[in-house]
Design a protein around this ligand. Structure first.
Ligand code: C2E
Ligand code: MG
Ligand code: MG
Length: 324
């Protein structure tokens, strides 16, 4: 107007369902916070709600193609952390945790690439590979003389919400002749929010196959107690922040006791995560937790290291393992 030139720009904040939130309010708030960062960074930019991977598009695309190539080249590995029954000390299960053996950066932790995989869709091939590898490993251990172990595999909300997880699970079990009860899927609380028909059907199809379900990091997200019963979960993993919280005295204990009692009354097992000391293990058992995992017994380790760890801990099996 009047010969003035007006320049418009835009600052965009991006929040994505279900990764950044599962309610309209959460998504809107996170998108607004991301937009505020785009403005603070000089405007005319976009930012993702997840600041950790707030990369420019070029960097993002480079990392995605690097991860895709890494998956194709077989650079992913599963490491296994023992899950210990607190009362008996027996180990009947392990959790499979993915790592990326990067040619230059060394062993990369999942926190550095799972969010990227979720955003790019690579979580589908990655997740299918993890299920296949974990199932195959469970069978390899049996062939080496270990008793049948349950393998617990982490499943991203994206895998549950899209794609055909039940088809993948069924294929993997059949290909490895692994009984369904030896596979447990670790879902996050946010996976189970809402009781939309499609989600219920997906969960029902998984349960019909016979695999177990557990809720990971319980108590950190949008704890929907109703969903525990509705979705027929077998186990609940008490997040390590509550284990650390035991140091805070009676209040910290009260939270763990309440979770353990609630789970027990619904017939759900509890597994405490991130146990680092003998004292923590004892207190968690006294508070009613069934099982635990953490540095105290052993970190996630390569399959062959776990085989030796197991044989040393349970000498009855050592002889059998040595013979094979
Ligand atoms: P998570 O499933 O809750 O796994 C527990 C994390 O705690 C693991 O970190 C484990 O190494 C760590 N941890 C175990 N014991 C202790 C302890 O005593 N103290 C402390 N401070 N930490 C302990 P990690 O391996 O870095 O995995 C991080 C997250 O990445 C996992 O959390 C899981 O959400 C995700 N993840 C790992 N593997 C996969 C996968 O195959 N697929 C998907 N979708 N997510 C995965
Ligand atoms: Mg887990
Ligand atoms: Mg966890």
């Amino acid at each position: 107007r009047d010969g003035l030139c007006i320049t418009c720009g835009s600052s965009i904040g991006i929040a994505r369902f279900p990764y950044d939130g599962d309610t309209f309010e959460t998504l809107l708030n996170r998108a607004e916070a991301a937009m505020a960062r785009a403005k603070a960074d000089g405007r005319n930019a976009f930012r993702f709600a997840d600041a950790e991977v707030d990369l420019d598009v070029g960097e993002h695309l480079r990392l995605v193609s690097e991860l895709r190539a890494g998956i194709d080249r077989g650079e992913l590995e599963l490491h296994y952390q023992p899950i210990v029954h607190l009362a008996s000390g027996r180990v009947g299960a392990v959790e499979a945790l993915v790592r990326w053996r990067h040619p230059e950066r060394g062993l990369v932790a999942p926190g550095a690439f799972i969010p990227l995989a979720e955003r790019s869709g690579l979580i589908h091939p990655l997740g299918a590979w993890a299920l296949e590898e974990a199932a195959a490993q469970a069978r390899r251990w049996e062939a080496r003389g270990l008793p049948p172990l349950v393998v617990s595999v982490n499943v991203s909300p994206v895998q549950l919400a899209q794609g055909e997880l039940d088809v993948v699970v069924q294929r993997v079990l059949a290909a490895n002749a692994l009984p369904a009860k030896q596979l447990l899927l670790e879902l996050t609380e946010s996976s189970l929010v809402g009781d939309a028909e499609p989600l219920r059907n997906r969960i029902a199809r998984l349960r019909a196959i016979g695999v177990g379900l557990s809720i990971d990091d319980f108590g950190t997200g949008y704890s929907n107690l109703g969903s525990l019963q509705r979705f027929d979960v077998q186990a609940l993993k008490i997040d390590q922040r509550f284990v650390r919280g035991l140091a805070d005295g009676p209040q910290g204990e009260a939270i763990v006791r309440a979770i353990a009692q609630l789970a027990a009354s619904l017939g759900i097992r509890t597994v405490a995560e991130g146990i680092e000391t003998a004292e923590e293990a004892q207190r968690l058992q006294a508070l009613g937790c069934d099982a635990g995992q953490g540095h105290w017994w052993g970190d996630a380790m390569p399959a062959a290291v776990f085989t030796r760890w197991y044989a040393e801990r349970f000498p009855d099996h050592a002889a059998q393992v040595a013979q094979r």
